[in-house]
Write a protein that binds this ligand. Structure first.
Ligand code: MTE
Length: 313
């Protein structure tokens, strides 16, 4: 190969083949397509079983052995699909999770409808291995993938009137057989105080065990609040509303004597029908002692200083 040191006019590409000015004019359009059209294409993808890249989180993760994936995805509470532990795995495939939009509204300066693509790229994904203890007395250890909910809430700029956050699960009786029965007051709603929602432990989660979550675990997006009983961690969320007053939650409405708004894991405050002192880790035989705030006291005990936890259970 040899290179010419001097260029003549014959070396110039004819304008009919490549017009630099025209191409430059087109560039913003191409960029626009890249930014807006491509994400729409990727949004139409099927995420079931797909890998989800994340950074390992050392700060909040427990090193306890993980619950088997098969157990974590087949022994579920997701009443929209039925009350039996095996119902969610059986029926949750019926829920269409694409496209999906999460409305963030209420007492915020910048309310917004977030597409899944916007949510998936909003902040770096982290893998956090959390203990989750169900109010029924069993617990699991699951590597969740997501980022702190505070990342999302900061972007919508809560106003000074925002004191609580209400989460609402999708309402689609045609795709969720449990919603065709009056098991609970649908749609499922849950709530947190704003400072609980802003605590870095509170995770907005999209995946588990290295991949996107299966529907029975709350795809495409849910929260994980590891120091509270499992029912506070609402699945398949479509609305996040910042409110001034404490939101009415599904379980408080269903049975206010049994389920409180706070529902912090607490071995010394019993459920009226059973003790909360011990729990069975799924996959283990012997029961173990339940820990105050599910063992996350270092991160969250300060949120409840001076509060009577028996009254505010
Ligand atoms: N979210 C909705 N929408 N519906 C539910 O029935 N069950 C809750 C919580 N989130 C529930 C829900 C309960 S009681 C528990 S213990 C956890 O989901 C279980 O989450 P997992 O199945 O991913 O372990």
């Amino acid at each position: 190969m040899s290179y010419k040191t001097k260029l003549s006019s014959r070396d110039v590409t004819p304008k009919t083949l490549w017009d630099r000015r025209k191409t430059l004019k087109l560039a913003p359009w191409v960029l626009f397509q890249g930014l807006f059209f491509l994400p729409k294409l990727t949004e139409a993808r099927d995420t079931v079983g797909k890998k989800l890249k994340s950074l390992k989180d050392k700060l909040f993760s427990t090193t306890e052995p993980l619950t088997a994936y098969s157990k974590a995805t087949s022994y579920n509470n997701y009443y929209e699909f039925g009350t039996d532990k095996s119902d969610p795995k059986k029926y949750a495939y019926q829920l269409e999770i694409e496209p999906w939009v999460v409305r963030v509204e209420g007492h915020v300066s910048q309310p917004k409808d977030f597409t899944m693509n916007e949510l998936l790229t909003l902040a770096p994904m982290e893998e956090r291995v959390y203990r989750l203890r169900c109010v029924e007395g069993w617990s699991m250890v699951i590597p969740w993938i997501g980022y702190s909910l505070s990342e999302l809430l900061r972007r919508v700029a809560p106003t000074k009137d925002a004191r609580y956050v209400e989460f609402t699960t999708v309402y689609r009786p045609d795709q969720m057989p449990g919603q065709r029965k009056p098991i609970l007051d649908w749609p499922y709603t849950e709530g947190l105080r704003l400072d609980e929602a802003m605590n870095p432990l509170t995770l907005l989660s999209f995946g588990m065990y290295g991949s996107f979550s299966p529907n029975q675990n709350g795809a495409p997006v849910r929260v994980i609040v590891p120091w509270k009983y499992g029912f506070k961690s609402a699945k398949s969320i479509v609305s996040i509303r910042l409110t001034e007053k404490e939101p009415q939650t599904t379980w408080v409405k269903a049975s206010p004597k049994e389920y409180g708004f706070y529902s912090n894991v607490n071995p010394s405050v019993n459920h009226p029908r059973w003790s909360q002192a011990r729990e069975r880790r799924i996959g283990e035989f012997r029961k173990r002692d339940t820990l105050l705030f599910n063992g996350y006291g270092d991160q969250v005990a300060k949120l409840y200083e001076g509060m009577n936890l028996e009254k505010y259970f």
